[in-house]
Design a protein around this ligand. Structure first.
Ligand SMILES: [Zn+2]
Length: 293
């Protein structure tokens, strides 16, 4: 879940993709135009809009193959370059945010291959930082699937745990950070006993065992607001964003999020709580890892 401040940008990017106008060809023309001409063509557009990248994993999950969150390769055009980064017209690389780390991988252009070292959002612009600039304009991107899939398993399990803890204890998720090998979630108000931790672990694993499907779709902000109560902080999302991307785990959880998620919770494996730490008044941090079923 993305209740932390970073979540704001995630929700927004769903809307950003919708605002993108013009064909890829037009974008190339625009971006290779002289600087003075660019200003004319860009007149009135914000920075995020003029560099808008179509985010392919954000597409709605409709049973298509490959599922947007599971697609690993894509073709794209370089629409802008910086000293050590490129901006693409479309991408499958996850840009760090909402507690989920960036994807890594490669961009192939002709004979050359560039390593994608990190992917960050900078004022709405998705920058692929590379070890060397790709040759030419057309590139073929390949996401490091091992790393990404671990993040997906962690992120979906985190939603599950956050939803369960909210339902059982009324504690909201006020921070979270996913890694490939462990994750942490901060809950408030919370003061978990060892028995509580065991219950959270058991109940999370029980839902995993029920093999519930994970749906991803867009919904009106008002509808989301009415459904989630205090499960997530919608106030952090700019008022201008009226449609939100929702992750629904069967009957177990419903939460807006911009992350990449599994199709079915059975892919998580099992959750094992490894640590609880107090993070100040009424705030408890749960650290957990995933183990094979
Ligand atoms: Zn999330």
């Amino acid at each position: 879940m993305t209740t932390s401040m970073e979540g704001e940008r995630d929700f927004g990017s769903a809307a950003t993709t919708k605002r993108r106008t013009g064909s890829a060809d037009l974008w190339i023309v625009v971006l290779s135009a002289p600087r003075r001409m660019k200003r004319i063509l860009y007149g009135g557009l914000s920075l995020g809009e003029r560099m808008a990248t179509r985010v392919l994993y954000m597409e709605e999950r409709r049973g298509q193959e490959p599922d947007p969150c599971y697609a690993r390769e894509f073709d794209a055009l370089v629409i802008d370059r910086g000293p050590d980064f490129v901006v693409l017209d479309q991408t499958l690389f996850y840009a760090e945010g909402g507690g989920q780390p960036y994807d890594t991988g490669v961009l192939r252009g002709g004979e050359a291959e560039s390593k994608v070292l990190r992917v960050m959002k900078d004022k709405g612009v998705i920058k692929h930082h590379v070890d060397r600039m790709p040759m030419g304009t057309a590139v073929h991107g390949i996401v490091d699937w091992d790393r990404r899939y671990k993040h997906m398993r962690m992120h979906t399990s985190q939603h599950l745990m956050s939803g369960l803890v909210f339902r059982i204890y009324g504690a909201r998720t006020v921070g979270n950070q996913i890694h490939t090998d462990y994750s942490r979630v901060d809950f408030q108000p919370a003061n978990f006993t060892p028995e509580d931790l065991k219950r959270i672990e058991d109940e999370t694993n029980s839902v995993i065992g029920s093999k519930q499907e994970v749906r991803i779709f867009e919904e009106d902000r008002v509808v989301v607001h009415n459904k989630i109560e205090d499960r997530a902080l919608l106030d952090l999302i700019p008022e201008s964003v009226r449609r939100l991307r929702v992750i629904q785990i069967g009957s177990a959880d419903y939460c807006p999020c911009g992350g990449t998620h599994l199709k079915n919770v059975s892919e998580i494996g099992r959750v094992r709580v490894t640590e609880k730490r107090s993070k100040g008044r009424e705030t408890d941090r749960i650290v957990y890892e995933l183990v094979p079923p």
